[in-house]
Design a protein around this ligand. Sequence first.
Ligand SMILES: Cc1cc2nc3c(=O)[nH]c(=O)nc-3n(C[C@H](O)[C@H](O)[C@H](O)COP(=O)(O)O)c2cc1C
Length: 266
Amino acid sequence: MIYYFTGTGNSYYAAKVLGINLQQSIENLGDSQRAGITKKVPALKKDEPLGFVFPVYAWGPPTWVLNFIESLDVENNPPGYTFAIATCGENIGNTMNTLRKALKQKNIGLDYGYSLKMPNNYMMMGSKVEAGQKAEEKIRRADLLLSKISEDIKSREKGFTLNKGFMPKILSKAVNPLFLKYAIDTKKFRVNRNCISCGLCRRICNTGTIELVAGKPVWGKECVQCLACINYCPVQAIDYGRGTRNKGRYKNPRISPMELEIRGKE
Ligand SMILES: Cc1cc2nc3c(=O)[nH]c(=O)nc-3n(C[C@H](O)[C@H](O)[C@H](O)COP(=O)(O)O)c2cc1C
């Protein structure tokens, strides 16, 4: 079983490829949280690995990934092998340590981990999204690595291949908490007059926090800043403060937005 979380399709794409290569089911780990399920018992078949694929946010795993792990109950059916793939634009700091600690709390070991570079989807704080040729090259490289990762997992390889970046401890221990505390403020989302009221932002919102009021999106409080709403808006009507204007947008070119629409939302 492979659980994934994704904003703009990179991690979903990686999970999908791994699911096909390993003949494993994939499931959006947000599904149970949106449904308010606090205890998740994965139905693992004999010898079935347990996998996680998710994007890195400010050198840590998204909070929904950690919350999901907290809800896991594998007491009666512990996985024999667990792996995690963290997709990132550049580097992941100590993300894997954070994940490993969360899994340890549930008596789950982490056998294998990989940081998989994919196009950057973040366009705040001086960062620019990667699109076009640069994005395509990164995805092509990721394809090759996904084949290798699949083979590693098939042979139950153990070990970690991680691009942690410079001073990973500081990135994950100091910057990540600041990001969680100060960077996510849904009051900063803006919608301009280009909005065509298509409602896609609402349908792809991971946390289900977007409602349409008079045809326009309004954000509630629950947000992990996956940036699906900004990146997928077909007319670039959404911004976050002033910092995202004219910064370009990214969506994984191999994934259709329809694949990311959250079940249960029309
Ligand atoms: C809020 C936020 C923070 C991010 N922080 C990092 C980071 O610390 N390091 C990095 O290399 N990429 C970072 N990125 C880029 C994403 O991790 C990367 O583009 C990822 O593949 C997106 O996956 P997705 O398409 O499944 O959402 C960040 C993206 C967002 C939206």
